[in-house]
Design a protein around this ligand. Structure first.
Ligand code: 3HC
Ligand code: NAI
Length: 698
């Protein structure tokens, strides 16, 4: 079936696009539109309507074609043809008109949209800029400031806002096609004027001489090290200093530059990785799903409260169980505080916040969980307690209910053994703050059923999380890798560095926060308590935690006690380097016989990131993660790894596996092979001269 059809209805030609799932502008679609516009030039039509079938208007250029040999017509070439049509073309928008999709609509002579539609230019999120006239047409219609806002954030706006700023001409309700046909009739009645956006002059009023300099400074702070936002400003600046045609040339040149950048390759990799991570290898597409209509949560602490919010935010009622009324009230208070913060930020109305909290019922009685479809346990990180909770759940929950644990480290198989239904037990590892963080690690026990797995993947999407599948191991994908990264941060401290130096290196690399600042935020007690349950062998080398333990024993637990690796200003909560910490480090180094020497930034970076990467390879070779890109998803969405570097495994490929392997071998000689054993898979790929992508697709 053709992806584009053309049909004359009275004196209006209808160009229908049908390229599921999102009408991306593939080569076939571009060709089809070109042919339809050509055909319409010679028939009895007086105006044309461009409309899409399926769930959305055009969602953009076809990202899967990027990096391949270009095929004509190019998108800019097609948009020239559309704008040059001798009959007005009206874009009829529903769903989301994004990127090249919105640019197509802007090249049309008129735009109408359903009030539920959204429009946006999200190219920046792919390390790109709108490459088909978006940077030149948006300022002409909506003004320079609105253009900078729309294009540098990449956040879609509602049809109402688009109407207000002039991006669309008419808002419609009800049936899109009949509304668009009526609008086309109006256009014809008014003389079928060809309103070309390229003919408009950009309104320069209110744009001060230093407007663009300020934009650049603001964006370099907001999107540290990212190229695309800066290039976007350059294009918009060209829209006022140059003609439309010259502006387009600037846009094209900078678009190609961005497209060839590693940053864009990394962000495009993550776009597809995010979508791939919800697919479970070997699982039939039609695996039956369970209905999740009622959710129970056990433990209303830091995690339980946030997890509850995810469900009630999408209208799924939650029963929250705590050990006693006092703990229950504390949990509810945390939730209320979180909602109050969201309301204060203007992201939610008070009425909605109240409505959502009303969906949470508190209890201290397990019998109230009898009818739940899914129960998520978020009690203390202690295997014995978790096993007791699951045994209890086994006795009260209806058959077929999914029983999940939010454990960070415990063995999901052992937890499952405490029930008579291990097939219904799974790990659902949320990240803190659970109502904010996008990642959900889904931990597959040896006996977890396919139905429970498939349902959990869909449930993750329902609550707007990005799922990634892990098999059982200590710490699963994310925390297992993090342990190695933290190990190197601790060793660098002991051997000669400082918290400020390490955190600065990692922040400059693009991490949301450095490892020691994160330690202070999460609480130094968390790691200490986790180690309490471990044997000396499990704890590993004392040098990897002696500084943390010393700080804990001084009562320096991090931000919550006003001091940890740093001191925190009581008012501003700003972190301040603390000479006492250096004394602690030096004392520990002396006690362990370590001679402290300066460590340069490159070495710090390599030690921390290569430790992460090497463990990633081990996780892959053991089959803990399904694919390298899932590890990237875990790190980009759960651990603040810079998206523009594509995640640790993509970063490894972009550096070259050989270089990483050689450096790890060299680190083994310098810092000890007990820490630096290259993963067998890494060694194998280097020996075979293969990439991770080739190995994944083997
Ligand atoms: N190109 C190719 N494939 C695309 C695509 C695109 N632009 N947009 C989505 N897809 C694919 C996805 O990979 C996914 O494939 P899969 O089913 O095989 O996993 C499928 O379409 C459905 O996508 P989602 O799962 O994301 O569906 P949702 O309904 O959740 O979201 C959406 C729909 C909001 C349109 C979302 O897919 C999206 O944001 N897409 C990207 C939009 C975008 O970035 N557009 C700009 C592209 S760059 C551009 O246009 C350059 C131009 O300026 C020259
Ligand atoms: P928390 O200590 O803040 O909350 C635990 C809650 O569970 C407390 O309110 C306690 O009263 C309640 N509880 C304890 N035993 C119970 C029982 N038998 N029945 C009902 N309620 C009980 O702990 P937090 O941080 O919320 O952690 C919970 C789980 O989530 C742990 O397994 C932890 O490893 C995991 N986790 C924690 C993260 C974090 O950053 N805090 C991140 C991801 C997972």
């Amino acid at each position: 079936m053709s992806v584009v059809s053309y049909q004359l209805e009275g004196d209006i030609g209808i160009i229908r696009l049908n390229n599921p799932p999102v009408n991306a502008l593939s080569h076939a679609l571009r060709l089809g539109i070109q042919d339809a516009v050509a055909q319409a030039q010679n028939d009895a039509s007086l105006a044309l309507v461009l409309i899409c079938q399926g769930r959305t208007f055009i969602a953009g250029a076809d990202i899967s074609e990027f990096g391949k040999a270009p095929m004509l017509p190019s998108l800019p070439g097609l948009l020239d043809i559309i704008e040059a049509s001798t009959k007005p073309i009206i874009a009829a928008i529903h769903g989301t008109a994004l990127g090249g999709g919105l640019e197509t609509a802007l090249a049309c002579h008129y735009r109408c949209a359903l009030s539920s539609a959204k429009v946006g230019l999200p190219e920046v999120k792919l390390g790109l800029l709108p490459g088909a006239g978006g940077t030149q047409r948006v300022p002409r219609l909506a003004g320079v400031k609105a253009a900078v806002d729309l294009i540098t954030t990449g956040t879609p706006i509602s049809a109402t806002k688009a109407l207000n700023i002039g991006l669309i001409d008419k808002m419609l309700e009800g049936d899109l096609l009949s509304g668009a046909l009526d609008f086309a009739k109006e256009v014809i009645a008014q003389g079928a004027v060809l309103k070309k956006v390229s003919d408009i002059d950009v309104d320069k009023t209110g744009i001060s001489a230093d407007f663009f300099t300020e934009c650049r400074a603001h964006l370099s702070k907001r999107f540290r090290q990212q190229q695309a936002p800066q290039r976007i400003v350059e294009c918009i600046e060209a829209s006022i200093s140059k003609s439309f045609e010259e502006g387009l040339k600037v846009e094209r040149r900078l678009f190609v530059e961005c497209m060839q950048s590693t940053q864009s390759a990394a962000l495009r990799h993550l776009f597809f990785a995010e979508r791939l991570s919800s697919k479970i290898k070997g699982l039939a597409k039609d695996t039956p799903l369970k209905d999740i209509k009622r959710v129970g949560i056990i433990g209303g602490g830091t995690m339980g409260g946030g997890i509850a919010m995810n469900f009630v935010n999408v209208g799924i009622p939650v029963t929250l169980l705590e050990i006693n009324d006092q703990a229950l009230q504390r949990g509810k208070d945390i939730i209320a505080k979180n909602y109050a913060t969201t309301v204060k930020k203007g992201k939610l109305t008070t009425a909605l916040a109240v409505q959502r909290q009303a969906l949470i019922t508190g209890t201290t009685d397990y019998n109230d969980l009898a009818d739940m479809d899914l129960v998520i346990e978020a009690v203390f990180e202690n295997l014995a307690i978790k096993k007791q909770v699951f045994a209890k759940l086994d006795s009260v929950c209806k058959p077929g209910a999914i029983l999940a644990s939010n454990t960070s480290y415990q063995d999901v198989n052992l937890i499952a053994e405490s029930t008579s239904r291990p097939q219904d037990v799974i790990g659902l590892h949320f990240f803190s703050p659970a109502n904010v963080m996008k990642l959900l690690e889904i931990v597959r026990g040896d006996k977890t059923s396919e139905q429970v797995l498939a349902t959990s993947m869909v449930m993750a999407k329902t609550i707007k999380k990005i799922p990634a599948l892990s098999r059982v191991c200590y710490g699963f994908i994310g925390n297992r890798m993090l342990r190695q990264y933290a190990r190197e941060a601790q060793l660098c401290l002991l051997e000669g560095s400082t918290p400020e130096a390490i955190d600065t290196v990692m922040q400059n690399f693009g991490m949301a926060m450095g490892p020691l600042a994160v330690g202070d935020l999460a609480g130094i007690d968390i790691g200490y308590k986790a180690r309490e349950g471990l044997t000396d062998v499990e704890k590993g080398d004392v040098r990897t935690y002696c500084i943390a333990d010393a700080l804990y024993e001084m009562g320096r637990l991090g931000q919550k006690t006003g001091a940890g690796y740093y001191r925190y200003d009581a008012q501003t909560r700003q972190r301040i380097a603390d000479p006492i910490v250096l004394e602690v480090i030096e004392a520990q180094a002396k006690q362990r016989g370590v001679e402290r020497k300066a460590i340069n930034d490159d070495t710090i970076l390599a030690r921390l990131t290569f430790a992460l990467i090497n463990e990633g390879f081990k996780i892959l070779e053991e089959g803990i993660a399904q694919r390298a890109s899932d590890i990237d998803v875990v790190y980009a969405f759960g651990y603040g790894f810079p998206a523009f570097r594509g995640g640790p495994m993509f970063y490894a490929e972009s550096l070259g596996l050989e270089k990483i392997y050689q450096t790890i071998c060299q680190f083994g000689e310098t810092y000890g092979e007990e820490f630096w054993q290259p993963a067998s898979l890494l060694k194998q790929l280097v020996a075979e001269g293969k990439t991770l992508t080739e190995w994944t697709n083997r």
